[in-house]
Ligand binder design. Structure first.
Ligand code: TXA
Ligand code: MG
Length: 324
């Protein structure tokens, strides 16, 4: 099993030897390896059971480093980076040869991000290479927001888990690219659409099927085992759904309401004050917790469509789609 701790030097040593280290970020935990080493990066795909056509985000600690990896940054990308980095935003930019093809799955664009977590920023500063890191979950499962989540599922496949506590944002970064002067959002995430549009004006949303590994499995045989313990997720009005299913078969996720018809242990209100940032932070651990219960269904209500509510709804819909 992987060691768990806060030892940056230890983490650094494993990474320098082409090992795998789980790193905390403000969004979710990442499964990191030396992005300059094709050998190290290949191990990520094996550990996650991730198809090799699905590219990885490259993490670093400052914009000067980013400029070493990309051919250019449009003016609007620079503005976004000034506003959101370090933070939950990933930019897709044309890559230089220094980034190995395995990181981008052969694409000419590299996804880059400066994460906002003190331990990981310190680690990145000490390293003389960036870290390629997808979320530290088996392919197709919910992203981890605590060290224990990583240990549970990938503990026997990685060298070290750097424990940075619970992630403060709790859902993955927003992915933004630039196509012929258009700003395109490929994945909704921790940086809200409103906050991005405040900087760039209108952005197009284009959910690229390849930009989310929680989409319908492309290799269902391989993925079945990951989904096997996972309950069917149904998104809708909770009061209606409670009347449609046997109550003991149900666990539920609400934004803030409590439902006396269902046992306490079978329900999570993501934020009793209805704060969508808190709700996003709690979402994945709630799904994991409820997934362990002896129920058949997890029912969840859609969040209001503003702020991080949009990204939460996106994740809920993906979780629901997977089981259909
Ligand atoms: O918040 C996050 O973004 C977390 C933390 C660890 O940084 N990372 C994360 O990585 O969510 P991952 O691999 O689970 O999701 C990143 C998505 C992938 O689905 C991938 O398809 C897309 O970003 N992506 C990465 N590089 C890309 C590229 N060069 N072109 C298009 N899509 C890319
Ligand atoms: Mg992922």
């Amino acid at each position: 099993m992987a060691q768990i701790g806060k030892d940056i030097v230890q983490a650094m040593q494993y990474l320098q030897e082409d090992g795998l280290v789980a790193i905390p970020t403000e969004t979710v935990y990442g499964l990191a390896a030396n992005a300059f080493s094709a050998n190290a990066v290949a191990k990520i795909f094996v550990a996650k059971n991730r198809p090799s056509f699905n590219p990885l985000i490259t993490h670093t600690h400052d914009v000067e480093q980013v400029k070493r990896y990309v051919k250019q940054m449009p003016e609007v990308a620079i503005q976004l980076s000034k506003t959101f980095w370090p933070g939950p935003l990933t930019l897709l930019l044309p890559k230089k040869d220094i980034i190995p093809d395995i990181v981008t799955a052969g694409s000419e664009s590299v996804a880059v991000r400066i994460p906002n977590h003190p331990l990981t920023l310190e680690l990145l500063k000490k390293l003389d290479f960036p870290l390629a890191a997808p979320s530290a979950n088996p392919f197709g499962y919910i992203s981890p927001t605590r060290a224990a989540h990583v240990e549970e599922q990938l503990g026997d496949r990685i060298d070290y888990i750097l424990d940075g506590g619970e992630c403060t944002v709790g859902i993955e970064s927003t992915i933004v690219g630039f196509e012929e002067k258009q700003v395109v959002i490929y994945r909704l995430g921790g940086a809200s659409l409103e906050a991005i549009e405040e900087i760039v004006g209108r952005a197009n949303i284009s959910m690229h099927p390849q930009v989310e590994d929680n989409l319908n499995p492309q290799a269902p045989g391989m993925l079945k085992s990951h989904y096997a313990p996972k309950k069917k997720v149904i998104v809708g009005n909770i009061s209606n759904l409670l009347n449609s299913y046997d109550k003991q078969d149900i666990a539920l996720i609400s934004l803030k309401d409590y439902y006396p018809q269902i046992s306490d242990k079978h329900q999570v209100a993501l934020s009793v004050v209805g704060d969508l940032n808190e709700a996003a932070q709690q979402l994945f651990s709630a799904l994991r917790e409820l997934d362990k219960l002896p129920v058949k269904y997890i029912i969840a209500e859609p969040m209001p469509e503003y702020g991080l509510g949009k990204a939460i709804n996106d994740r809920l819909q993906r979780a629901a789609a997977e089981k259909e």
